[in-house]
Design a protein around this ligand. Sequence first.
Ligand code: AKB
Length: 315
Amino acid sequence: MDVETILITGANGQIGSVLTTALRSKFPDKTILATDIREPAKADGDFMLLDVLDREAIRKAVADKNVRQIYHLAAILSAKGEEAPLRTWDINMEGLFNILEVARESHVERVFFPSSIAVFGPEAQKQHTPQNENLTPRTVYGISKVAGENWCQYYHDRYGLDVRSVRYPGIIGHQSLPGGGTTDYAVEIFHEAIKTGKYECFLHADTCLPMMFMDDAIRATIEIMEADIHDVKIHTSYNLAAMSFTPEQLAAEIKKILPAFEIQYKADHREKIARSWPESIDDQDARSDWGWQEEYDIELLTETMIRELQPKISV
Ligand code: AKB
């Protein structure tokens, strides 16, 4: 019997790289096949160059490698997406269709699709934004995630495909760097605080956003994928939350450990995107359906980020 494979698209990305490592240690008996359109800086396991726009190549990888699960992380994020809206739409939607089509026609048993707080728009309730709030996003990334969620539900209802999804908040980790997102400041701030003692933030001091520590995000991702099928009741995407804070609140936490740290604010185009998103999320359904529970709050996140990054960053 061939060994089963879990395939990850966008595996060089902020979440993909950490998820790949986590899946390798959780499932040592399975092949964890990392794929991306570029070679990784350092490959420490199975890796394949794969363009999510190339359906034939995905089909071949799935057949040749006995792929049973796909974590489809390849996408262009909110801020970068605004630079080339139509290209972003193509990559985010064509990429998803290729994965869903190959999955339904093959032996793939389960697909993970990452959605985002970017599905919400300025009209949504700002605090404790409900699961079933109206979705009126203003970024092409957000529009693609709303459409993607609905297509996931369609493939579930029409073809019985087991697609699972969470709406990620901003993800903060020491293991990897983000790229092209609006919540990226919350990772950059730690690198600059340790490297230079200063940070110029591209959001206003009081712009509050939902955030989550990387380890919690990875655990949520694997937990929803491993949950009993009957416990996964929402087939668009689950609201998911851990904490919410402003740049000013995060800077205050950093100062408790690095008292000389200084922050300045120079908001750019990303401020408007951030202001269109919720400040906090109601994720009761994820908690009651499949037992979601975060471990990190802002204090533990800050301590962990500084402790892990300090030895890696040369002053
Ligand atoms: C972004 O800022 O675009 C992402 C997200 C919240 O989905 N981190």
